[in-house]
Design a protein around this ligand. Sequence first.
Ligand code: NAD
Ligand code: UDP
Length: 338
Amino acid sequence: MSVLVTGGAGYIGSHTCVELINAGVDVVIVDNFCNCKKSSINRIRALVNKDFTYYECDIRDKKGLDSIFKKEKIDSVIHFAGLKAVDESVYKPLEYFDNNVNGTLVLLDVMRNNGCKKIVFSSSATVYGMNNISPLTEDMQVGGVTNPYGRTKFMIECILQDLYVSDNSWSICLLRYFNPIGAHKSGTMGEDPNGIPNNLMPYITQVAIGKREYLNVWGDDYDTPDGTGVRDYIHVVDLALGHVKAVQKIEAGSGLYIYNLGTGKGYSVLDVVKAFEKASGVKIPYKIGPRRAGDIATCYSDPGKAYRELGWKAERDIEEMCEDSWRWQSQNPNGYPD
Ligand code: NAD
Ligand code: UDP
């Protein structure tokens, strides 16, 4: 089986490529390297015993993408490529809609023209919006999204569902990720954000190595056990293994499938700080700040459907997530080399 992985050099994509190759799948990576370093490709290579091909190509480059499909024998696609910073999307909406939505349209058109009709898409728990009560299940209404990034995910889900209605020989899997953290056990691959991290775990690890003075905790007056926001953190390797199962599912026959990829457990910001301090032995100073616009109190999954239909469940606990995040950050204080 040969899988084209868009955005395969990024955080989740690189971990997924390692697990796909370990599972005997042939991988072809397409990435324009707008949010990752090329050295991540070498790190993937060093962890697997099999060579693979990568192309530097923007998914909006129809001709370039078409020539890759003509050259490689692609059975299915896992589509990670996209811009993902919520706050940036608020002031660059056109760039986000162009990259994420238009990029997906180009990809789908090229796939159809080349007779490839199997795709796994990186969606997000953000599509559940502000009003659903956790644990979130796949049949809940989606949509009430509060920012352009989230809207791109919702719009792409709609596009893929309409595509399936128009032609049910497609096989489409929408994976709604909760909060991926952690890193490969080797300490050689992990999350490497540009600039000041928006997400909790990379901010904590940068405080731990002394790059940032303290963590801002965005609000302690939520209706949660300690007042701070509760999320469903999932180890990136568990998430990667979920993609291996998803690709096997779409290979098995046509259909439209939607799965949450989460652990089903919620941890508050202060729970994560404590777990990280325990795993690393490093104290994380923090200050309580105001709530962050658009945040909700609690968001965690019901991961049961993925277990029932894919036989997948997350195995790694919060301690392991923290240990692995810390190993990556402490061994690579400046992230991937240029
Ligand atoms: P990432 O930025 O590390 O990876 C995305 C990759 O796509 C990068 O390597 C980037 O260079 C590439 N890319 C972006 N636009 C491209 C384009 N037009 N053409 C070719 N390559 C392009 O992000 P990630 O955390 O690995 O996320 C992967 C996917 O999962 C994204 O679609 C993201 O929205 C989604 N997702 C991520 C999270 C999260 O918390 N990390 C949560 C939910 C969903
Ligand atoms: N958070 C925080 N300080 C930070 C980053 C995040 O207190 O510097 C909180 C945020 O308010 C939320 C949780 O940590 O309750 C997870 O935020 P993140 O941005 O990692 O993921 P989200 O669930 O918002 O996508």
